[in-house]
Design a protein around this ligand. Structure first.
Ligand SMILES: [Zn+2]
Ligand SMILES: [Zn+2]
Length: 290
């Protein structure tokens, strides 16, 4: 009987709506302080994800409308299940962040799957733990600067441990492109600073994985599919930098790198075998925040 009650609670439909009298009507749901946004954004979500997105990323502000329920792919957890159309007010920039979560979930899962299938059988003593589980967050203007925050970062996306000791971090980047077909790999300076900051703060080296994740369409829904994985380390990446310039149309700087810094994930076994992470650990003093 208890189990039935729990199941009922999990599948209870989420149909809360924000009333027109709310002070956040015609305001971006993801922004903590009121910012006018009259754009209506649409997404198909399962009930648990609609509830989770509302609570964790959208300041507790529910959709203004729930539409049809169909069998399709959830825009957040990527599961094929019963999904319902949800409508929120949100600006384009914030909505792109929301839409990117599905790809990020799939990318993280692809790293853990790769590890379980290819690393664990050969290197059973090496554990790959997800540290920064994909976190859903609202947008609030930051107090500390990104550079100050980077200097005290203690985790990246994954931590690989040997018998008892932590060996290295893995930071995961996700994009639609294959490294083989890329003319340039772009990484925000904020992101490379986070990696450098965490390395210096923890005394552990870091690898950067690039997951290629593409969209597949099952109208009116779509799902994300991981199709490739590559790796490099921050030292090799920095040595492959061609330029540093503002991102198009933004005031943030990005680094532009030769894609040849990356190797196919199949070579990561040799990287572990040779214990190259120990050599990288001896080069931490070469790194500086920008
Ligand atoms: Zn879902
Ligand atoms: Zn916004």
């Amino acid at each position: 009987m208890v189990i039935e009650a729990v199941e009922t609670a999990i599948v209870a439909p989420f149909r809360d709506t924000m009333p027109q009298s709310s002070e956040y009507w015609e305001a971006c749901a993801r922004e903590t302080s009121r910012k006018t946004a009259r754009t209506l954004q649409h997404i198909y979500l399962c009930d648990p994800c609609a509830r989770r997105l509302t609570l964790e990323a959208l300041n507790g502000r529910p959709p203004i409308y729930h539409g049809e329920t169909i069998s399709g792919y959830c825009g957040l957890c990527n599961a094929k299940t019963e999904v319902t159309l949800r409508v929120w007010f949100a600006c384009g920039i914030c909505w792109n962040v929301i839409l990117a979560y599905q790809k990020t979930f799939v990318a993280s899962a692809s790293v853990l799957q790769y590890w379980a299938a290819n690393m664990t059988p050969r290197f059973g003593a090496f554990l790959c733990e997800e540290k920064e589980e994909v976190r859903l967050e609202p947008y609030a203007r930051a107090g500390k600067t990104k550079k100050q925050a980077a200097a005290m970062l203690d985790t990246l996306d994954f931590l690989v441990k040997g018998a008892d000791t932590a060996l290295f971090h893995i930071e995961l980047k996700t994009g639609p492109g294959s490294i083989d077909g890329m003319s340039e790999f772009q990484l925000d300076i904020n992101d490379s600073n986070d990696i450098i900051g965490a390395i210096k703060y923890t005394g552990l080296p870091a690898y950067i994985f690039h997951a290629q994740v593409i969209h597949q369409y099952a109208p009116p829904t779509r799902y994300s599919l991981a199709t490739g994985l590559w790796f490099t380390d921050i030292w090799t990446l920095l040595a492959a930098r061609r330029s540093k310039k503002p991102r198009r149309g933004e005031d943030k700087d990005a680094g532009y790198y030769r894609p040849s810094a990356f190797q196919p994930i199949e070579k990561f076994a040799a990287e572990l075998e040779s214990k190259r992470y120990l050599e990288l650990a001896s080069r931490i003093g070469e790194l500086n925040l920008e």
